[in-house]
Design a protein around this ligand. Structure first.
Ligand SMILES: [Zn+2]
Length: 113
């Protein structure tokens, strides 16, 4: 996993926190793994390595700062339904984090209640 840099910048009377991570190597390996996904039998067996998600993406999703216009997705939630909702968001909107093709987390997105 690549290094995650965190910092704070003082801007007048406000402090802006930031997180940086070079995700290019993670996404390069994820793409290679997706390309190696077999056409059939991809979910055969009990466990499938379906995604590798950089820390910076997990954090942005949790803060509502990814592509979601402020909607928050918590991959680390203790609530199973919230984790599933977040995984469906990764599967549909952040495919570069997926290590296999297809829809291993389910077929349709759960709408926010
Ligand atoms: Zn997103």
């Amino acid at each position: 996993m690549s290094e995650v840099l965190r910092g704070d910048v003082l801007d007048g009377d406000k402090i802006h926190s930031y997180t940086q991570q070079d995700v290019s190597e993670i996404y390069r390996v994820n793409r290679l793994m997706r390309n190696a996904t077999p056409e059939t039998g991809r979910y055969k067996g009990n466990l499938v390595h379906a995604a590798k998600i950089p820390s910076v993406v997990i954090e942005k999703m949790r803060n509502g700062q990814c592509c979601s216009n402020g909607i928050k997705y918590d991959l680390m939630s203790s609530d199973h339904e919230e984790r599933k909702r977040a995984l469906l968001h990764v599967q549909s909107e952040h495919k570069q984090n997926m290590t296999i093709e297809g829809t291993p987390f389910g077929k349709k997105a759960i709408s926010w209640r």
